[in-house]
Design a protein around this ligand. Sequence first.
Ligand SMILES: O=C(O)CCC(=O)C(=O)O
Length: 277
Amino acid sequence: METKTPGVLTPEEIAFYNENGYLRLRGVFDAAEQEALGRELEYVIGNFAVAGKGWDGPWREKYLSREENARSQLAATHEMQQLSAALARAILAPRLTGAIADLIGPEVEFHHMTLHAKGPEFGTPFPLHQDHPFYPHSDGRYVDAILHIDAGTEANGCLKFVAGSHKLGPLTHVREGSPHLPPDQYPFESAVSCPAEAGDVVLFSIHTIHGSALNRTPQWRRFVRVGYRNPRNLQTGGQAMGRPGWMVQGVRPKIEGVTVQPYGTIQVQAKAPSATA
Ligand SMILES: O=C(O)CCC(=O)C(=O)O
């Protein structure tokens, strides 16, 4: 039985992603799905998320005034598919996973889900970085999908990308606080804004340099990140290391030297083909 959604993206969209390292998908979730996502995420934030000042590090003095540094707020948590059926269904959405299969497939494995809700007026910014240091993988066949539960605008801290930066591969990050790129070498001005509507999804490569500015609006700005990989792209460390995820397109390929335990671990023997790549 065919378990891969037929092509979703146009050749132009695939070419845009390959050239720039990111891609906006419009209207992935309809009004009813969007309403359920917003409502259930509100419950998750109220009951399970941890609110704090957000990412730490010397970049804060560079980017933020004293007041912004003291008052900035971010609510975060992980793996909300364990808390909400609407969020669990979103991971499997065929238009989303089919698009990702067009970019890195044909097989696609779900890897993780993370909430980033920027608080009102002083919603924490993210300095420019790649996601590679947080969950390094052997190659570039890894796409992060940002589900826009709320619209992303200049005023509330939409995503910003350094176009084409995925071609640089993994870069060395400052490890003081959360991994980030040195602000002097990678200024925010080098990134282009990617505003999007609620219900849109923005995709980007694990190697694309990105970040977002302060949320200065009176409302929360809620984004959910879902990580997807080609299952042949083996993880080498970080978040969710060794945990098999659901197959969301196709079937898991059998890889020499890799065993998947039914109750929860992926073990890679030394001879696995891409474990040392
Ligand atoms: O939520 C944001 O504004 C930025 C998210 C981000 O940088 C990330 O998920 O890696």
